[in-house]
Design a protein around this ligand. Structure first.
Ligand SMILES: [Zn+2]
Length: 73
């Protein structure tokens, strides 16, 4: 069984709408660095929860916007 993780990296990155400090993780309320788009709905995650849910959501998302690299700047 292959994973869908590789497909996420090929998803288009939505750089036109960067996440801001007002965007909050749907799981814990921390600042969101990841946005998962699924059709017309979106989920926001902090880096921790984004990585936690990434594999499970991979088959469902149409775009995976990840700004978690900003944490390391
Ligand atoms: Zn979180």
């Amino acid at each position: 069984m292959t994973t869908m993780t590789d497909n996420i990296q090929d998803a288009p990155v939505d750089e036109e709408r960067p996440l801001t400090g007002l965007d909050r993780c749907d799981s814990c309320g921390s600042q969101a660095y990841i946005r998962a788009t699924m059709g017309t709905s979106e989920l926001l995650f902090c880096a921790h929860h984004g990585n936690k849910h990434k594999e499970k959501l991979a088959p469902l998302v149409s775009a995976w916007h990840d700004e978690s690299h900003k944490l390391h700047q």
